[in-house]
Design a protein around this ligand. Structure first.
Ligand SMILES: NC(=O)c1ccc[n+]([C@@H]2O[C@H](COP(=O)([O-])OP(=O)(O)OC[C@H]3O[C@@H](n4cnc5c(N)ncnc54)[C@H](OP(=O)(O)O)[C@@H]3O)[C@@H](O)[C@H]2O)c1
Length: 326
């Protein structure tokens, strides 16, 4: 930023393009191998200046994909408001270089129409998201979770219509089971709005999308895959190897709980950390490089509470693939 507080992006931000991007399935879109998520650290209760610094750092290093959801905060909606301020303050001139996603699927407002997968909810939610983010369209709109009660045709047709109305350019699914993913893939393909990407939790500690066949399905059908919580919310870093820092996510005891850090888990993390040291890498770097080496993976969607964390995590794009039997 210059002395007047005006942000100008680093002119070298695409110098490392060859290493930085992966094609997203069989599509025209390249996504950064490391993307940035706004679930934590970008809400109304967080420092705007810190959120701004992290986002500038990301974009200055070629990370142009920012992932949001209607309910990210806290309070709900406030991470999107942060993005709206960033667009207004800094990123308007760079809008066409950004790939911004949002989602709807979890509880967002009171009453029967503020949750799950109805046409009513998805349409209203995206309209609200666009307002909060100061955007005319998002690049990617996700169904945030599978709804067992709403007919899949209703959810998917609403999503296809959202693209046809120009409110989103591409569609994605998050946390849908394999059979529903297959149905959605066929349904949307037949309506000429093919699924761009699937978002699921894949990391060294949770390999379910691989075990359940979701990764293989995506790879075989030209759908990209982006891994959320690739560091298991910070467990797969050096953050908790010597106790629980007071400024950490685990110290908040909400989404990541101290009871989950069992002696067995800590032993495993320490062994991986040692292995990473032998590779001249941090545990985070090694954990991310494992994900990126899995067939069909497009990107790891990290969170960060500082630019230093993001800087460390970005190194994984140059790391040797790590193959883990543990
Ligand atoms: N689709 C879904 O249902 C879903 C669910 C969850 C997340 N997501 C998406 O995935 C994104 C990432 O999720 P996540 O935040 O759980 O990801 P994560 O990358 O697994 O965890 C991020 C946290 O790990 C710690 N960390 C990161 N890098 C570090 C490093 N180098 N050294 C030490 N600590 C480090 C930080 O914790 P501290 O804050 O303690 O510093 C950071 O906030 C979200 O923002 C969201 O966009 C989607």
């Amino acid at each position: 930023m210059d002395l007047k507080g005006i942000y100008t992006a680093d002119t070298r931000r695409y110098d490392d393009s060859q290493a930085l991007y992966n094609r997203c399935g069989k599509s025209g879109i390249l996504l950064p191998k490391v993307s940035l998520g706004f679930w934590h650290n970008f809400g109304g209760n967080d420092s705007y200046e810190r959120s701004r610094k992290i986002t500038h750092f990301a974009f200055d290093h070629g990370i142009n994909h920012f992932d949001l959801a209607n309910n990210y905060g806290p309070p709900y909606g406030s991470a999107e408001e942060t993005m709206g301020s960033l667009i207004k303050d800094d990123f308007r001139p760079y809008r066409d270089e950004l790939f911004i996603s949002t989602k709807a699927g979890y509880d967002m407002w009171e009453g029967p129409y503020g949750n799950w997968g109805s046409r009513k909810y998805l349409t209203a939610s995206l309209d609200q998201s666009l307002k909060r983010m100061n955007l005319e369209y998002v690049d990617l709109f996700y169904s945030h979770r599978y709804d067992p009660d709403t007919p899949l045709e209703e959810t998917l047709q609403a999503m296809a219509d959202i693209v046809k109305q120009g409110k989103a350019l591409y569609l994605g699914l998050s946390r849908w089971p394999l059979e529903a993913l297959k149905f959605a893939d066929k349904y949307l393909r037949e309506r000429d709005v093919p699924l761009l990407i699937y978002q699921g939790r894949l990391n060294l500690l949770d390999r379910s999308p691989k075990e359940e066949g979701i990764l293989d399905y995506c790879a075989e059908h030209g759908i990209g895959f982006i891994s959320f919580s690739p560091l298991a919310q910070g467990l797969l870093t050096d953050r908790y190897l010597n106790g629980i820092p007071s400024d950490s996510r685990m110290a908040k005891e909400h989404f990541l709980k101290s009871k989950d850090l069992t002696p067995e888990l800590l032993k495993k993390l320490k062994a991986w950390n040692e292995q990473a040291g032998k590779r001249n890498e941090t545990l985070a770097e090694m954990a991310l490089s494992w994900i990126l080496s899995q067939k069909g993976v497009t990107s790891v969607l990290v969170g960060a509470s500082s630019t230093e964390q993001l800087e460390k995590n970005m190194k994984c794009v140059h790391a040797e693939p790590f193959s883990s039997e543990m």
